[in-house]
Design a protein around this ligand. Structure first.
Ligand SMILES: *Cc1c(COP(=O)(O)O)cnc(C)c1O
Length: 460
């Protein structure tokens, strides 16, 4: 068969969209250790989680048997508003880099929320509605997750309350207005609407808030009202599952043109887009069908995979959630204030953590000035203004393509372009003004974070 010319954009039709999510856990030789109830240190049962999360999400969270999980038609219909997302052949970037490598990226920024987070927001809002709940609640830091959930809640007819870290709500007032336009109630956190918020306000009256505090407020709201549940935008297994729609679409599109990636690269905050992008390809690697080089990219200022510990830790800095076994810097670790490139989470998806621990993938940490340099190059060649988070993957894809130029290897590189950067112009401004700096935590900084790990037998 003659080799087909590959178009700039490979689109799938609606009929070709995946009808199932890919549950990577079902094929993993070693499953990650279970969540623990912090009070008893016993594995969390579905009943332990029920006051906080929707029933169907708990079911999916604990499911390590079924490889394929059907995407309900209602969710697929929502996906059709902005999916299938294009798989782009980066011809212009290849040319600019003068590389023999072939570069592809999967672009998830083509919706109002500007990121892949809508894929899980839609699923979680649908399951909440189906369970007969009236409302859902969450926290948001930078605002992408809150925006995605506002869109999904509006579509499925749910009330949504978003606890937005106070400094973010002041620094990104337009993010807040997007959420309000979709009908969400946005409360700067800490607030006087919860006991957790009131306690923080009493202790630290002028505080700008933190993600940990916003999580505590949202969880408290969920458990103290019976028609409300809490939803989370990353880290958890069911979120990674929903994001597998990204990898499934890539696989279908690449198979259509006989393209085999040698390398798959994604940025890692909580690990959901990376876990979803690699899912079906990693399943192939585990089964011995490919030898793809999987690379997770994280900021050097928040290096949970490359410098963290594989330990049980809380998912929030207020220490209210179940304990997850994951690569972590300690729940009280805070990246330095001059870090503006996103991906600030202290831990990592337990699925991604286990894959990394078992050496099915590797991880690379990059400095933010280098990330923005790649972002600028990408914007000028491929036209898309990338989110700082996504630009971590661009950086490493470019580095690998430049390595191919030296060695003459013609590798096929796929990376995840998770979103657009229109709300991150303050960070771009710092880069353009030349005031952006890098801060790499010292061993002493990390030691302080590790000191916040729970002192339990499982961690000794
Ligand atoms: C939230 C976000 C990320 C990081 O989250 P993951 O769960 O690691 O995928 C990456 N890119 C964008 C654009 C985001 O909004």
């Amino acid at each position: 068969m003659a080799k087909q010319t590959i178009p700039y954009k490979i689109y799938l039709s609606e009929d070709e969209m995946p009808k199932v999510w890919y549950n990577l856990k079902a094929v993993m030789n070693r499953k990650h250790p279970p969540f623990l109830n912090p009070a008893t240190l016993n594995p969390c049962s579905a009943d332990d989680l029920r006051p906080v999360f929707c029933d169907e999400c708990i079911e999916q969270e604990l499911n390590d048997r079924d490889l394929y999980i059907e995407i309900p038609e209602e969710i697929r219909n929502f996906y059709k508003m902005y999916r299938p997302s294009p798989l782009v052949r980066a011809y212009c970037l290849e040319k600019a880099l003068d590389t023999p490598a072939e570069i592809y990226y999967k672009f998830e920024g083509n919706n109002t929320s500007g990121s892949h987070k809508l894929n899980s927001a839609a699923a979680q809002a649908y399951y909440a509605k189906k369970q007969g709940l009236k409302s859902i609640t969450t926290e948001t830091g930078a605002g992408q997750w809150g925006t995605a959930l506002s869109m999904a809640a509006a579509y499925f007819g749910l009330d949504l309350t978003v606890y937005m870290v106070k400094v973010s709500s002041e620094q990104k007032p337009y993010r807040k207005e997007v959420m309000r336009t979709y009908g969400a109630k946005v409360i700067p956190s800490p607030s006087d609407t919860t006991a957790a918020g009131r306690k923080i306000l009493e202790e630290f009256p002028g505080t700008g808030g933190s993600l940990g505090c916003a999580i505590s407020e949202a969880v408290e709201r969920a458990v103290t009202s019976d028609s409300c549940r809490y939803v989370l935008g990353s880290v958890l297994d069911h979120v990674v599952l929903h994001q597998s729609v990204i990898g499934q679409e890539c696989k279908i599109a690449m198979d259509k043109y006989g393209i085999q990636p040698d390398m798959i690269i994604g940025c890692c905050g909580g690990g959901s887009n990376f876990g979803g992008l690699i899912a079906p390809f990693m399943g192939g690697k585990i089964a011995g069908k490919n030898n793809i080089d999987f690379i997770g990219v994280e900021p050097a200022s928040c290096p949970s995979l490359t410098r963290g510990k594989y330990a049980y830790d809380f998912c929030d800095s207020a220490k209210t959630t179940p304990l997850a076994k994951m690569y972590t810097l300690g729940c009280e670790f805070m990246p330095s204030a001059n870090h503006s490139g996103g991906l600030r989470y202290h831990g990592m998806s337990p699925i991604v953590s286990e894959l990394y621990h078992d050496k099915y993938m590797r991880a690379v940490a990059v400095e933010q000035t280098k990330v923005f340099e790649a972002a600028e190059k990408f914007a000028r060649t491929e036209g898309i203004l990338p989110a700082p988070e996504s630009s971590h993957a661009i950086r490493v894809a470019m580095d690998e393509a430049l390595r191919c130029k030296e060695t003459g290897e013609k590798k096929t590189i796929l990376f995840g372009l998770t979103g657009t950067g229109y709300f991150d112009m303050a960070a771009y401004k710092a880069y353009n003004d030349g005031t952006m700096t890098d801060y790499i935590p010292t061993d002493e900084d990390l030691r302080r974070g590790f000191a916040s790990l729970p002192d339990i037998p499982q961690n000794r």
